[in-house]
Design a protein around this ligand. Structure first.
Ligand code: UT7
Length: 319
């Protein structure tokens, strides 16, 4: 499987750490060394559906394919203001595709899960080209009075078109629900007349940051090693190790343990914040636009997220 097109769409409102410190007890001096984040883009008057659709249209155009060439649309989204229809319905409408579409929630690891589903469709002969869009507005899950979570996140949508090249995509996925409580966000649904409405839950995101940090470093190293072994590849065969942009220190810890140079571990969290599953397609698109990808480059993609779900995949840059 190879990536043949990319696109992205970001909200226009840029929020600096200094802006956050106007209403939160936080500072640039705290945020930068602990996370690597300087600024993030946050949705104001845009809709996530529109950002997702714009990213998708750009990826489709970049791929050189026509709408009718896309056999399946997958959208990774943890939550948005639409419970139904799925975000991918808006994407189908905007792109003019006529294929089936489906949303998945693989938390911050959603892109890896979407790649795996796309690969399975390709292997079974049901799809040749798949449009994957990851669109997230995590800033809407945060309690903006809590500095522990709200400084970490940003919004955005990234998209790729992947195409079957007859080669297997090595992938490892893991799920460990014994750590289900490290990241949670519970939404209140409508109450029925048959329940006690006072017990219904309305609670912003709860994040056990230190636990997530520890789990992430351990799981990511394990998954990276496992997927390279599965592929029969060594670090020298991988052009870029592209890791979920949750915290620059997590990426740095893994890079240091692997003894590889900065150049192999690109990051963009400094100006995006953590955009959940959108972080990897956003990074890929940004690097493509900078001319840093070359035909045949192997990209090792790795992510972790609420669940606790983790995964790694190796895909080729096919443009
Ligand atoms: O995509 C998955 C989503 N989640 C993550 O990726 C999160 C992974 N974890 C992390 O990135 C880090 O654990 C954090 C950046 C969230 C926190 O860094 P830390 O070094 O683990 O700090 P901490 O949570 O242990 O907090 C240290 C101190 C605390 O004060 P005391 O108890 O030592 O007095 C916090 O209250 O820093 C305080 N603190 C802050 N201070 C200023 C926490 N958040 C802030 C803040 N500004 N925004």
């Amino acid at each position: 499987m190879k990536i043949i097109g990319t696109g992205s769409a970001m909200p226009k409102h840029t929020v600096s750490n200094a802006m956050l410190s106007e209403f939160l007890d936080t500072s640039d001096e705290w945020i930068v060394p602990r996370t690597g984040i300087h600024t993030r883009q946050i949705i104001t008057d845009e809709t996530l559906q529109k950002l997702a659709a714009t990213a998708a249209c750009k990826a489709l155009e970049d791929s050189g394919l026509k709408a009718e060439d896309i056999d399946f649309i997958l959208c990774s989204n943890v939550a948005s203001n639409y419970v139904t229809p799925a975000m991918s319905a808006f994407i189908q409408e905007a792109t003019g595709c006529t294929c089936p579409f489906l949303d998945i929630n693989g938390a911050c690891a959603g892109f890896i899960y979407a790649l795996d589903i796309a690969d399975a469709y390709m292997k079974s002969g049901r799809a040749k080209n798949v449009l994957i869009v990851c669109a997230e507005e995590v800033t809407k899950f945060c309690n903006w009075k809590q500095r522990e979570t709200s400084v970490l996140f940003g919004d955005g949508a990234g998209a790729v078109v992947v195409s079957c090249d007859g080669e297997d995509m090595p992938v490892v996925l893991t799920g460990d629900a014994s750590h289900r409580d490290v990241i949670t966000y519970r939404r209140r649904l409508e109450s029925t007349p048959f329940e006690d409405a006072s017990t219904s839950i309305d609670e912003a995101m709860i994040l056990k940051g230190r636990d997530v940090f520890r789990l992430a470093v351990t799981a990511s190293q394990r998954d990276i090693k496992a997927v390279m072994e599965k592929a029969g590849l060594e670090a020298k065969d991988i052009r870029y190790f592209m890791l979920h942009q949750a915290n620059k220190r997590i990426v740095a810890a893994i890079q240091e343990n692997m003894g590889l140079p900065d150049e192999n571990f690109p990051t963009n969290i400094d100006h995006t914040g953590n955009t959940s599953s959108a972080s990897l397609p956003l990074l890929i698109d940004e690097m493509a636009r900078q001319g840093r990808m070359h035909q045949g480059d192997r990209l090792l993609l790795n992510a972790f997220g609420a669940g606790f779900v983790t995964g790694a995949a190796i895909v080729k840059w096919g443009k």
